[in-house]
Ligand binder design. Structure first.
Ligand code: ADE
Ligand code: ZN
Ligand code: ZN
Length: 260
């Protein structure tokens, strides 16, 4: 074997074992949340949003914030996709990351969108970012521990393949389910008025704490190196579906407040 072949082989092994660049809810997850949000928008909000997004839909733009990650001009937005703080403390008790985080990111987006002095260009950008970040907020491990990068450093097996706990929650379960985002959105759980009210209650920080409390359960759900598969899907995919649905309903609430 020549050296180039060995290096190629090593790189292939590494990329199959979960050492690749960290991601978010995969594309499908973000699109489900965007699609569900769309169905809860008021007519007025939908009109204003469609104008700002030049006809592109919420599902379509929901992955924009991930797409720009490879462009170094947008590097500063990297830490806005997640927030890590002590499980026994409230957000802000320890100094928040001065490079920004999910909470500050969402606040900034809302601020720009509500301001009369923001340019249309800025409003379009921060609207796309907001649609994405409200999705991220509902991935429990985006409100996980900093030490293991929200589970990215916890290696597990997903069926026969190497993966990590974060990736299982971002995309492995959703991809394994093998439904399109439109199918997942249209098959979301039916909710009573009371359930809808409960989901809409509160604000961004309350939803962050809810995700964090789910994150604790997620950490307890698997051991390092464990092989996860059918049983894990059965036990945890309902939480994924519910979080994607809550994300959509709450995103619509925020957007109706700004644009409705
Ligand atoms: N992605 C990269 N770093 C992360 C972290 N610390 N928490 C959650 N998601 C992440
Ligand atoms: Zn992620
Ligand atoms: Zn993200």
């Amino acid at each position: 074997m020549n050296t180039r072949y060995v290096i190629l082989l090593l790189l292939t092994i590494i990329s199959f074992n979960g050492f690749s660049i960290t991601e978010d809810w995969g594309k499908t997850g973000h699109r489900v949340t965007g699609e569900i949000a769309d169905s809860y928008l008021t007519k007025k909000a939908k009109r204003n949003i469609t104008k700002l997004l030049k006809g592109q839909g919420l599902a379509f733009v929901s992955v924009y914030a991930d797409e720009i990650k490879s462009d170094e001009r947008y590097r500063k937005y990297g830490p806005w996709h997640y927030v890590n703080f002590d499980f026994d403390k409230k957000y802000g008790e320890d100094t928040p990351n001065e490079r920004g985080d999910l909470v500050q990111g969402i606040q900034k987006c809302i601020e720009v969108l509500k301001s009369d002095t923001s340019s249309e260009e800025d409003k379009e950008f921060y609207l796309k970012m907001l649609i994405h970040f409200v999705g991220d907020l509902h991935q429990p491990l985006h409100v996980g521990r900093g030490e293991d990068k929200g589970g990215n450093d916890i290696q597990v097996r997903w069926f026969r393949d190497g993966s990590n706990l974060h990736r299982v929650w971002d995309s492995e379960m959703i991809d394994y389910y093998n439904m399109s985002y439109t199918e997942l959105a249209s098959n979301a759980n039916e909710l009573s008025t009371l359930q809808l009210e409960e989901i809409r209650k509160g604000e961004v920080l309350d939803w962050i704490y809810e995700s964090q409390s789910l994150a604790k359960k997620v950490y307890a759900s698997a051991n390092v190196g464990e092989k996860l598969g059918y049983k894990y899907m059965y036990e945890h995919f309902p939480t994924v579906r519910s979080q994607l649905q809550k994300g959509g309903i709450r995103l619509a609430k925020i957007l109706n407040d700004i644009f409705g």
